[in-house]
Unconditional design. Structure first.
Length: 123
């Protein structure tokens, strides 16, 4: 049955080299982009910690921004609050829009732009 062993030798050295190059490139991309998704989860956690009953009724725009600034300082998050936070108010509700983007250099002339956004409604 296995009389012709030349067909079952496995990957050649070029196949292994290609596999290693692709694996290293993928690992490098994950290690550079992954922490930004962790940071975004931190931003979502800060938004979750806003006092729901007080945001619309009692907190001013400046107080909401100060809440984010204090929490970002604690979490060591570097994106400026004024660049990412837009607060819209009317009589019925308060909208807190969190929008920011990060440009991460991968290698040579290849960059990745990560765009994060979320909207919270408080009544």
């Amino acid at each position: 049955m296995l009389s012709n062993r030349s067909k079952q030798l496995g990957m050649s050295k070029w196949g292994w080299l290609l596999f290693i190059v692709v694996a290293v490139a993928a690992l490098s991309a994950v290690l550079r982009v992954g922490p930004h998704y962790i940071d975004y989860r931190i931003v979502q956690g800060v938004a979750d910690r806003l006092p729901v009953g007080e945001v619309h009724a009692q907190m001013s725009r400046q107080e909401i921004k100060e809440h984010f600034q204090k929490q970002f300082r604690i979490e060591n998050f570097k994106v400026p609050v004024n660049d990412m936070l837009v607060i819209e108010r009317d009589r019925a509700q308060t909208l807190v829009n969190i929008n920011y983007e990060i440009r991460e250099h991968l290698f040579y002339n290849i960059d990745v732009v990560l765009v994060f956004g979320e909207q919270r409604v408080f009544k």
